[in-house]
Design a protein around this ligand. Sequence first.
Ligand SMILES: NC(=O)c1ccc[n+]([C@@H]2O[C@H](COP(=O)([O-])OP(=O)(O)OC[C@H]3O[C@@H](n4cnc5c(N)ncnc54)[C@H](O)[C@@H]3O)[C@@H](O)[C@H]2O)c1
Length: 239
Amino acid sequence: MKLKDKVAVVTGGAKGIGAEIAKAFALEGAKVVAVDMGEMTYAQENVEFYRLNITDTEGCKTFFDDMIAKFGKIDILVNNAGITRDAMTRKMTDEMWDAVINVNLKGIFNLVRYIGPQMETNNYGSIINISSVVGVFGNIGQANYAATKAGVIGLTKTWAKEFARKGAPVRVNAIAPGYVMTDILKTVPQELLDQFAALTMLKRLGQPEEIAKVALFLASDDASYITGQTIQADGGMRL
Ligand SMILES: NC(=O)c1ccc[n+]([C@@H]2O[C@H](COP(=O)([O-])OP(=O)(O)OC[C@H]3O[C@@H](n4cnc5c(N)ncnc54)[C@H](O)[C@@H]3O)[C@@H](O)[C@H]2O)c1
């Protein structure tokens, strides 16, 4: 029971990678709140659903207040909710640019501005931001997404410094997954997915459970001396 008595928030926790993270945390003893604007796709003991669009600034403050009223603290935050709106730069609209920046960057800021300081005061915390290999390598047709996922790495390093500056053991790390089989890849043609698999040393795409195991490690005290880092869980990918 690596997360016994811990309170964890997982954004985008209704499906995909976030769902596997929420389930893995609950199985290790955490009380988990799966935050999502979409419908919950599973039922799991000790995982409760909270409907929230993380771009809603006021809604995020209300969510934080509700969490503190109910649990008294948040020990672990996984900023996993994210979207893509892909197009070549010359075809990318303002709407596509703004939507991705709003969810993938502003949405994270909306929660961390409250939860980070609470962890500092509570003298305990682990924040895990889900970046992407695209933020590390860049990718054709994903200027908006790549910018946000590189930005997530900058946020990770900044918050690792900021929330620990008075000596509180608040750790902030990122995971940069490679291509993982979830709905987010629904619009990517199979031929391209095969090419991505071929670009990995392991010659396959990832499964959401494999990202959840990394998140569990970073969330737990097993990673007590790891902060400000980005772990690439990508099967050895070169984009
Ligand atoms: N699947 C991959 O190949 C891959 C690779 C690298 C990084 N990632 C990242 O992993 C994270 C999870 O991706 P996934 O593949 O599980 O995607 P997914 O589309 O299966 O799930 C994303 C979840 O986030 C929720 N969400 C989206 N916008 C939201 C908002 N504004 N407020 C609240 N919830 C919101 C959705 O409703 C959905 O339940 C994302 O940040 C994504 O960028 C995914």
